[in-house]
Design a protein. Structure first.
Length: 702
């Protein structure tokens, strides 16, 4: 990858910076890339320090120069992926009272239109409540986090973010007159819930360290400065979120970190009433609450129910001492989610890496499952606005099957297909094959791996392979359909997902075995999966790329340090790689709430040593690394821009190879990258063009 015409890569000058903790000296030569006014930068990106901006822009210019030979390929990839997306797509309308609500896109549009029509109406009856493309005009970034109609359907409240920092502004629209009201609430977190009167809603706001910590009540027409503070979380390690029970009886205030939760309820019919505590927080006790009649239905890990169970409690006596089992704990069967209806309780469960839906009739406890046939697939419950219904809506897809939206009658057990994801450029599932194998990790544990490849791809060890992983926070990576990855598979790539420890693919214990002092299992599981794929002929030795984002970026950063010889390329999108410095800085947005996940290196010497042993930034060495492409978002509050910037700077200084190393920072976006649906595809096309470049596969299109 060397060429006399290629410019020299940027070099960030190291500057001495040393901290001492637990008898250890931690050197951080690129600490200066963190702007001292980072909190202001989140709100006003233009105030970024000039020297830091110059470095980030120099890296962007270098990335553009290196990828210039594949600029046409990048454009073709973009058009190819875009061609698989139905431009005038729309969601299946969700009924709510006299209306049904849905989102749709216009041809060429980047942002959704939020719409409604009278129930059982037609397209001519449509009312556009919020026009995303028009609202986005003039803004480099635009995102809607919440768009909620009032129960009486007279108003719409919605929250928008204009720079990717996840700092939202709430506005209210009068739908009867089609005009915005004066109610404007800044510094919100993007969640809001209406009370039943249609006049009052609740919302969360951010503290100075970008943590949602307070809940306010707003009455339409009042000055937001006079809004009542309903709840304030005193513990910096807890986030606050709000929701509503399916019955619409209660507003839910949930304070939580990654292993402990505490719920309060407000009577939605009496929005001025005080929140009622369900059960006081106990460390490592998690629970969430739904409502049915005179009972609360509680999803919890109480009493050692590692994979969770369902319990009940009287509405008027919700305390922990009154909880009774409804659906007992079953070891190895994780209850992922539940949806409650007037006559039925629905559970989304996962066992041995595969999801399933279980329907329970509340009158007598009779249960049945919805069956699926493929070897690996994805399921999700889609919820809805109605409680008094026998219709369950869910989504199904697999790595070969585009998403299907079904309505399922829980009484008759009839299933009706409401929507099949269209691929306008064409897609034949029979052209692709999905396998599910198990790799053996360092300690003998077996790791599920989902695999997609073209039917004509030979599994003789000649194919390149892209291996994706995440493995944190209990997040399970579904074996779902993606229009983007087909651009690699159609060019001969094998695509694989390693369902490593740290997720919940094999139950909650799978998560516990990949967090804190057990975190190394996550990385070694991933390495084991890569070796298994290579040894079984799915991948050509020396032709494996690994891909991860956010905490998955930490994963690929760690394995790049542990086994740089195993991979030809590394893709780290907004990667969490400066783990030790971040977890030692309690002013950063996510640090105190993240201590249950990683450990608290400020207070705990063992946690400090564990994190330092794998933190990608701290373990960069003078060795040969694979080709690497790293991305960042300037206003990212989750993985701050300086983490990937520091990592790349250190890699440039120490690595001993001539392989390509690129950093691309989106100067107009945050953690999720570009907000527009097509702009996001351009970022994907850039990553794929880089992969095809370093694999020497740029000559032909499929």
């Amino acid at each position: 990858m060397t060429d006399a015409k290629v410019p020299a890569p940027p070099r960030a000058a190291p500057r001495p910076s040393v901290t001492e903790r637990h008898g250890d000296r931690l050197e951080d030569p690129y600490a200066w890339l963190k702007d001292e006014n980072w909190q202001q930068v989140m709100r006003e990106p233009d105030v970024l320090d000039g020297e830091i901006r110059a470095y980030l822009e120099a890296e962007n210019d270098y990335t553009t120069a290196i990828l210039a030979p594949v600029a046409d390929l990048k454009g073709r990839l973009f058009e190819e992926i875009k061609g698989r997306i139905k431009e005038d797509d729309s969601s299946v309308p969700a009924p709510d009272g006299a209306y049904e609500y849905y989102r749709r896109y216009e041809t060429g549009g980047q942002h959704p239109l939020y719409c409604r029509r009278t129930r059982d109406g037609n397209s001519q009856d449509e009312e556009i409540l919020l026009h995303g493309d028009r609202e986005a005009e003039g803004h480099p970034y635009f995102d809607v986090a919440a768009c909620r109609q009032s129960p009486d359907h007279r108003r719409l409240a919605y929250a928008t973010d204009l720079n990717g920092s996840e700092i939202y502004t709430i506005q209210v629209k009068d739908l009867t007159q089609g005009r915005l009201l004066d109610d404007t609430i800044a510094n919100a977190h993007g969640a809001l819930v209406w009370a039943n009167d249609g006049e009052t809603f609740f919302y969360t706001v951010l503290d100075d360290n970008h943590r949602p910590s307070r809940v306010y009540r707003h009455r339409v027409g009042d000055d937001p400065a006079t809004d009542a503070l309903i709840y304030e979380e005193p513990d910096a390690g807890f986030f606050v979120s709000i929701g509503r029970t399916e019955s619409r009886r209660f507003i839910v205030i949930d304070a939580h970190d990654h292993e402990t939760s505490e719920v309060r309820l407000i009577d939605a019919a009496q929005p001025d009433s005080a929140p009622v505590l369900v059960a006081a927080r106990e460390t490592e006790l998690e629970y969430s609450v739904s409502h049915h009649g005179d009972q609360l239905i509680i999803l919890t890990n109480a009493d050692g129910a590692e994979d969770f169970k369902l319990m009940t409690a009287p509405v008027d006596r919700p305390g922990r001492q009154h909880w009774q089992d409804l659906v007992p704990h079953q070891d190895g069967t994780l209850i992922v989610d539940m949806e409650l209806f007037a006559d039925h309780l629905v559970r989304l469960e996962r066992r041995d890496g595969l999801p399933r839906i279980v329907i329970r009739r509340l009158s007598d406890g009779d249960e049945h499952r919805i069956a699926f046939d493929e070897a690996a697939y994805s399921l999700s419950l889609l919820g809805g606005y109605e409680f008094e219904t026998t219709t369950l809506r869910f989504a199904y897809s697999s790595m070969t099957t585009p998403e299907q939206i079904y309505d399922y009658d829980m009484t008759s057990r009839d299933r009706s297909l409401r929507k099949q994801q269209e691929v306008p450029s064409g897609h034949n599932p029979d052209d692709y094959v999905t396998h599910r194998i198990f790799a053996t990790s360092h300690d003998g544990e077996t790791v599920p791996v989902s695999i997609l490849f073209g039917r004509d791809t030979k599994l003789d060890g000649s194919a390149p392979l892209l291996l994706y992983g995440y493995g944190s926070y209990g997040h399970a990576i579904p074996a779902s359909f993606s229009v983007s990855r087909l651009s690699l598979v159609d060019r001969g790539f094998v695509y694989a997902i390693a369902h490593i420890r740290g997720g919940t693919e094999r139950g909650y214990g799978w998560y516990l075995a990949g967090k804190r002092e057990h975190k190394m299992n996550t990385f070694l599981d991933f390495i084991g999966a890569a070796e298994k794929l290579r040894d079984d002929g799915y991948a050509r030795p020396g032709a494996i790329a690994c891909h991860g984002g956010s905490a998955g970026g930490m994963l690929v950063g760690a394995v790049a340090n542990l086994r740089p010889d195993l991979f030809n390329a590394v893709i780290g999108e907004v990667p969490f790689v400066d783990v030790l410095n971040t977890m030692c800085d309690d002013t950063l947005p996510l640090t105190p709430p993240e201590w249950p996940e990683w450990g608290n290196p400020i207070e705990d010497p063992a946690a400090y040593r564990t994190i330092k042993s794998y933190s990608p930034y701290d373990n960069v060495a003078a060795v040969d690394y694979p080709h690497m492409m790293i991305t960042a978002g300037l206003t990212d509050p989750r993985v701050t821009y300086w983490e990937p910037a520091k990592w790349v700077a250190k890699l440039r200084a120490l690595k001993t190879d001539q392989n390509t190393l690129l950093l691309h920072t989106n100067m107009d976006a945050g953690h999720g990258g570009a907000a527009g649906r097509f702009d996001r595809l351009k970022e994907t096309a850039m990553v794929y063009a880089f992969l095809l470049l370093v694999f020497g596969m740029t000559a032909e299109d499929p």
